[in-house]
Design a protein around this ligand. Structure first.
Ligand code: GTP
Ligand code: MG
Length: 177
C-alpha cells in the first residue's frame, strides 16, 4: 500500500494509445515519460496529485515487440493494479481512430468481470477531421455499451475533453468506495 494511503486511479490501454500523455495533460505537467515508440512505460509509475489521490501510469498491453516474458510481466502488473485495495477505478484508453483490438476486448472483459469503475477515454481526437470524429465517436459509443457519461473524447494535444475527464476522475475518487 502506498503511503499515505489515498484513492488511486489507474491508466490502462494498449501500448502507444496515449496513457502517459493524457496523464500529463490532466495534471498540466510532464511528469510521466512519453514516446512515439511503443513500450515507453515499463513499470508501474505512481504520481501523487494534490496530496489527495494517486494516478497510476502503467505499461501498455498488446505491445507486439515485447518479448514473451516481458509481456507476461506487463500482464501481471495490470492484473495486480486492478485488485489494489485503494483503486477507485480506471481510465481505459482507446485510440479513437481504430476499432477496439482483441487485446482491448480482453481488457474490457476483465474490467466487466472485476466490476471495475471505468471511464473510457477515446484518445487522439485531434488526428481526425470533425466529420470523422463524429462518426467514430458514434460508432465507439454503440460498440462499447458504456453509459454516455463514462465515455469521453480526448486529445492531449488540443486539450479536448481534459477538463471533463478531470471532473469525472474527481467523481470516481469522491464516490463511496
Ligand atoms: N496527436 C496526438 N498524439 C498523441 C496524443 N496522445 C499521445 N500522443 C502521441 O502518441 C505517442 C504515445 O504516447 P504515450 O503517452 O507515450 O503513450 P502510452 O500509452 O503511455 O505508451 P506506452 O507507455 O508505450 O504504453 C506519442 O508520440 C505521443 O506524442 C494525442 O492526444 N494526440
Ligand atoms: Mg506510457
Amino acid at each position: 500500500m502506498l503511503d499515505p494511503p489515498l484513492p488511486e486511479v489507474a491508466f490502462i490501454g494498449r501500448s502507444n494509445v496515449g496513457k502517459s500523455s493524457l496523464l500529463n495533460a490532466l495534471v498540466g505537467r510532464r511528469i510521466a515519460k512519453t514516446s512515439a515508440t511503443p513500450g515507453k512505460t515499463r513499470a508501474l509509475n505512481v504520481f501523487l496529485i494534490d496530496a489527495s489521490h494517486y494516478l497510476l501510469d502503467l505499461p501498455g498491453y498488446g505491445y507486439a515487440r515485447a518479448g514473451k516474458a516481458q509481456r507476461a510481466a506487463y500482464r501481471g502488473l495490470v492484473k495486480h493494479a486492478l485488485v489494489r485495495e485503494r483503486l477507485r477505478g480506471v481510465v481505459w484508453l482507446l485510440d479513437m481512430r481504430h476499432s477496439p483490438s482483441v487485446d482491448d476486448r480482453a481488457m474490457q472483459d476483465v474490467l466487466v468481470e472485476g466490476e471495475t469503475h471505468v471511464l473510457a477515454a477515446l484518445t487522439k481526437s485531434d488526428k481526425l477531421s470533425q466529420a470523422e470524429r463524429r462518426t467514430r465517436e458514434r460508432e465507439l459509443r454503440d460498440d462499447l455499451g458504456l453509459p454516455e457519461d463514462q465515455i469521453l473524447v480526448t486529445s492531449a494535444v488540443t486539450g479536448e475533453g481534459i477538463a471533463d475527464l478531470r471532473e469525472a476522475i474527481a467523481g470516481l475518487i469522491t464516490a463511496a468506495a
